[in-house]
Ligand binder design. Structure first.
Ligand SMILES: [Zn+2]
Ligand SMILES: [Zn+2]
Length: 436
């Protein structure tokens, strides 16, 4: 797929960019209403029949359709539409004015997830009733040189974020093995009643856990019309597949959209973000709980091994810390060997995650990649995570939580850009792992 320059598609609504614009053209209002309805803000049933708490019988079929069309007036900025727009603005962290100001117009035009922000889904069992989940691919995208192997690695990274916080593990199987979570890339209508919309707009959608949505439960669909990549920086107009996959799998596991800006489950896409926010962690642990740790080995930062010592300006050990000052415009690899038990109480242990305690003093010193090894086998790759600043307890999951055989190794890919010595400083305090 070729892409020239990033020029976000302007919706009709956005062409009129005046502060506090109240749309008057009926086609503009219809478009706004369609958007609000699609993402769960216009819910004529709730408004007409009271809230769900009141347990009023809900209309179905034809009765529902006629009620829908009679409640809001298509093309008119009626009370219901203004109210829905206010709710939209509130969820997206905008001023709740019910008017189409510039910020609202921009947010409406954002690339985003296709799942609604508000609205009900069956909540009597919004979680998987097992912890070992399988996933499989019906097809792949070949955008930007992506291959099945690269996509497998990207999606394992996305699943690993959720595995690191929960009892859940995720193992890839063939599509023929009836995976719990089926993954596919589709354009336009693709047989589930939620057609994709071409380039921009909706990027992907996913289905909540069973019993929601029957056979589709847990599945994640990606809009093939998007220009997918796993490279960072993505390049103009390209979408980070790892970020969107991690978001969609949040839905596959039972999470809804969050109104916390900066969380993985925020509905709009604003560039690559390959780690969970505290809000996502709280959300997923609220559904599945944590895991029970059998062993938690740690090693001090002073045991760090530097792959290219000549690319460091200085290395200082202080107590159990190691301070490393990279030469400008260099990359390097740092390694920790974790003295990990592999068998305990006659039981072979499994790896949940590696954990790092480190800090950098600016974004000129960055941890780019974290690779986790069992002996010489790489069991997880977290690529292009681009972490700087204080990271005092950063987990890097292993999606399938494999048994541990030869001992854990963590390899950390770093980069140092031009800047003062202190800006190129990186401290490692310790590295460890959670074993179950
Ligand atoms: Zn979503
Ligand atoms: Zn779909």
């Amino acid at each position: 797929m070729s892409e020239t320059i990033e020029k976000p598609k302007k919706s009709k609504v956005q062409k009129v960019k005046k502060a506090d614009y109240i749309p008057k053209k009926s086609s503009d209002i219809k478009q706004l209403q369609k958007h609000l309805e699609l993402f769960g803000y216009l819910d004529p049933i709730d408004s007409a029949f009271g809230t769900a708490d009141e347990q009023v019988p809900q209309p179905e079929g034809d009765a529902l359709e006629s009620l829908k069309s009679s409640f809001i007036t298509p093309g008119e900025m009626d009370e219901a539409t203004v109210g829905a727009l206010k709710k939209y603005q509130e969820f997206h962290g905008l001023k709740s004015t019910g008017k189409l100001d510039t910020a609202t117009l921009e947010e409406l035009d954002c690339k985003r997830c296709g799942m609604p922000d508000l609205g009900e889904f069956s909540t009597h069992s919004n979680k998987w009733n097992k912890t070992s989940l399988t996933y499989g691919f019906d097809n792949y995208t070949s955008d930007n040189g992506l291959t099945p192997t690269k996509i497998h690695s990207a999606f394992a990274q996305a699943f690993a974020m959720w595995a690191a916080e929960t009892p859940l593990s995720f193992r890839r199987v063939n599509a023929s093995a009836n995976p719990d979570i089926r993954i596919k890339f589709e354009s336009g209508s693709h047989g589930d009643g939620s057609p994709f919309d071409g380039r921009g707009g909706v990027l992907a959608h996913a289905y909540y856990p069973p019993p929601n949505s029957g056979a589709l439960a847990g599945d994640a669909h990606f809009d093939e019309a998007e220009n997918w990549t796993i490279n960072i920086p993505t390049g103009a107009g390209k979408i980070d597949l790892v970020t969107v996959a991690a978001h969609e799998f949040g839905h596959s596991l039972g999470l809804r959209h969050s109104n916390v800006n900066g969380s993985m489950m925020f509905p709009s896409y604003s560039g690559a973000k390959r780690y969970l926010h505290a809000d996502d962690i709280a959300g997923i642990r609220n559904i599945y709980g944590g895991y029970s740790i059998a062993s938690a080995p740690w090693i001090h930062g002073t045991s760090i091994q530097v792959e290219y010592p000549d690319r460091l300006e200085r290395i200082t050990r202080a107590g159990f810390y190691t301070y490393l000052y990279g030469k400008p415009n260099t990359t390097n690899w740092f390694h920790f060997a974790i003295p990990s038990p592999v068998i305990q109480d006659k039981k072979r242990l499994k790896v949940v995650c590696a954990i790092l305690r480190f800090r950098t003093f600016s974004d000129k010193a960055v941890v780019n990649h974290v690779h986790i090894y069992d002996g010489y086998s790489k069991i997880a790759s977290h690529n292009n995570i681009n972490l700087s600043g204080n990271n005092w307890f950063k987990k890097f999951g292993v999606a399938h939580k494999p048994h541990l055989y030869w001992g854990l190794g963590i390899s950390i890919g770093v980069s140092f850009k031009a800047g003062t010595a202190n800006q190129r400083r990186m401290d490692f305090v310790s590295a460890g792992a959670d074993l179950i």
